[in-house]
Design a protein around this ligand. Structure first.
Ligand SMILES: [Zn+2]
Length: 106
């Protein structure tokens, strides 16, 4: 990619421009460990890890469930991740039909 400030070619994964030293991260949305709002089963911890590490969310849930079965580590880790992982920022265009937020018509 190109630096926005000096126009030099820099590596795609660079955070700082090697030529002018300006911060260039943020042009491409950085991958962050967040709890997605859509598609979560409980707190979105497993989904967040799955998206961060590019894994199948089902696999993450199974592994996490197995860890929880064989000791308290999984449970503690889940709640720890729940607390420390920020929630995904609200999207401007929220999906019309979120599965856990059914529109109530009265
Ligand atoms: Zn630059």
């Amino acid at each position: 990619m190109y630096c926005n400030y000096c126009g030099k070619v820099i590596p795609d994964d660079a955070n700082l421009c090697a030529y002018c030293g300006k911060r260039v991260a943020g042009v491409v949305a950085r991958k962050r460990l967040v709890r997605p709002r859509v598609g979560r089963k409980a707190a979105g911890v497993c989904l967040g890890f799955a998206e961060y590490f590019d894994l199948d969310v089902t696999l993450v849930r199974i592994v996490w469930a197995v860890c929880s079965l064989f000791g308290l580590f999984g449970v503690v880790a889940y709640f720890a991740a729940w607390i420390v992982m920020p929630e995904e920022p609200l999207m401007l265009s929220a999906p019309a039909s979120a599965p856990d937020q059914a529109v109530k018509t009265s």
